[in-house]
Structure formats: C-alpha cells, structure tokens
Design a protein around this ligand. Structure first.
Ligand code: COA
Length: 258
C-alpha cells in the first residue's frame, strides 16, 4: 500500500508513500485516500486532516501509466466515476480543515489538490507545476477557474499554458500557499497548525469553512464537469499519447506533426 494513514492527537494524516515512482498516484492510491477522507469527515475524533508526501517529493501527479490505460478505455475511463474524481470530490466535500505539508515537488494534481486545501505549507526545496498542456491535456478540478482568480490571467497563462514551474516563494506570493518552511520543518509546522483545531469548536469551524467556499461552489462544480469531459477526451488524443510515450522513453515529445 502506497498510502499510509494514521489518526493521532485529533489529526488524520494521509501520507503519500511511493518514493520509487516519485509518489505518482495510482487508482488504488486515490481509492485509499478517498476512503480515508470520507472516514475523517464523519469521525468526531478527527478535527483536521493533514496530507503529506516524502522528503523531496510531495507527488509527481497522476501515474502516467494509468493515464494511458484510461485513455484506452481501462478502469476509470468514465470521468465522473473515476477514482481520481471521487478523491477530489471527497476533498471538496470534507468539512474538516485540510492542511497540506508540501515536502517536495508537487506536479499536476499534486498542485491542483492544493487549491482545495485550507492551509498549504511548502518546503523551501519544493517546486510546483501544472504541465497539463505539455502532456496534451487540459487543466483539471477547477484549476482553470481558481488559478486565474488567484494570480490573474497573465501569470496563470505561464503556469497553465506554458506549464512553467513555480518556486515556493511564488506559491506564497500568489496565494496558493501560506508559508515556506525549511524542508526539515514543514511537516511539523503543518501538524502544529492542524492540531490547533483540537482547541476550536468543531461546529463553528465546519460552518465557517462551508461559508468560505459557498458562493463559488456551483461555479466550481460546473467547471470541474466541463474540464473533466475535455480531459477525458484528451487522454485519447494523439497529442497526449505522444507525450506519455515520450515520458516513458525518456525523450522530448515531438508535436510538430500536429
Ligand atoms: N507516473 C508514472 N511514473 C512516474 C511518474 C508519473 N507521474 N513520475 C515519475 N515516475 C517514475 C519514472 O518513470 C521513473 O521510473 P523508473 O525508475 O522505472 O524509470 C521513477 O518514477 C523516477 O522518476 P525520474 O523521472 O527518473 O525522477 P527525477 O528525479 O529525474 O524527476 C520528476 C522527478 C517528478 C520531476 C519527474 O519524474 C517527472 O517529471 N514526472 C512526471 C510528472 C508529470 O508530468 N506528472 C503528470 C502531471 S499531469
């Protein structure tokens, strides 16, 4: 199992632990994270959720081999039922505060999921990137709405169209992250933030969180559905297939033919 979970001192921790594949997320890992989020949602003993990775890597995003299987009609080819969709829905619906400790690179959904966390602390060694277009794909899970809102269209174009990586400082500057911490301290800092919810009234926290997301909720869901349909079709596109094959063949993709 590449997802480790634990409940300690009111905090449910989800640790992504597949370092040999740079914490790439598989179907089984999304399913494990979904179950844990749902259990945390209804467990009175859990006051906050903490999501973390391994030293040097938060997650390299969706497993690209799984992308290829989905593109050819494998498990999860119906986007609304796919394990990644269910995981993101559980994250959106989690009424407990969610804290992310970004221990290293956060790529693709690794950055997208941060947009749906309540607190994000980033290691000074982390890099964030959303290279969907370079993979022949489109932005996902409302990042096409939230990223331009956070940083304006021009800076969002650098991140979403060019796929330029951004530094931890830039992540704080544009409001994706709360603070940059030395790599050795980021997890403990995030845990201390999560543990503060042991001393706050859970009902008020829950309702305040719902209110904060309320006005945008419908727009988020509509955008997610629209992006999901395009993303799913794009997984089967010749552009994406070229990008996936190039990744595993450790070469640059060639888009000149399109
Ligand atoms: N899916 C599947 N396998 C992945 C992966 C992913 N998203 N990311 C890394 N891996 C695998 C590599 O294929 C490699 O496997 P191998 O040892 O069998 O060859 C192993 O993990 C180590 O990755 P490698 O690329 O050699 O490590 P690195 O330190 O040079 O680079 C990253 C790390 C994260 C920068 C790089 O792996 C990367 O760019 N990954 C893909 C990110 C991506 O595009 N994600 C999808 C976004 S939508």
């Amino acid at each position: 199992m590449s997802i480790k979970t634990a409940i300690l001192n009111g905090v449910c921790t989800i640790e992504i632990a597949r370092p040999e594949k740079k914490n790439a997320l598989t179907v089984a890992m999304y399913q494990a994270m979904t179950e844990t989020l749902k259990a945390a949602h209804s467990d009175r003993a859990v006051r906050a959720v903490l999501i973390t990775g391994q030293p040097g890597i938060f997650t390299s995003g969706n497993d690209i081999e799984d992308f290829m299987k989905r593109g050819t009609g494998g498990q999860g080819s119906d986007v609304m039922d796919s394990p990644v969709f269910q995981f993101m829905r559980a994250l959106l619906e989690c009424d407990k505060p969610v804290v992310a400790a970004v221990t290293g690179a956060a790529i693709g959904i690794g950055t997208t999921l941060l947009l749906h966390c309540d607190f994000v602390y980033v290691s000074d060694e982390a890099r964030l990137a959303m290279p969907f277009v370079a993979l022949g794909l489109v932005p996902e899970f409302a990042s096409s709405l939230l990223v331009p809102q956070l940083m304006g269209h021009r800076r969002a174009a650098e991140k979403l169209l060019l796929g330029d990586p951004f530094t931890p400082e830039q992540a704080v500057d544009c409001g994706i992250a709360n603070a940059v911490l030395p790599a050795a301290e980021v997890l403990n800092h995030a845990r201390r933030i999560a543990e503060r919810f042991n001393h706050l009234p859970p009902g008020a926290v829950r309702e305040a969180k719902q209110l904060m997301r309320g006005p945008q909720h419908e727009a988020l869901l509509q955008t997610i559905a629209k992006e999901g349909a395009l993303f799913s079709a794009r997984l089967r596109s010749p552009e994406a297939i070229e990008a996936f094959q190039a990744f595993f063949q450790k070469r640059k993709p060639d888009f000149t033919q399109f």
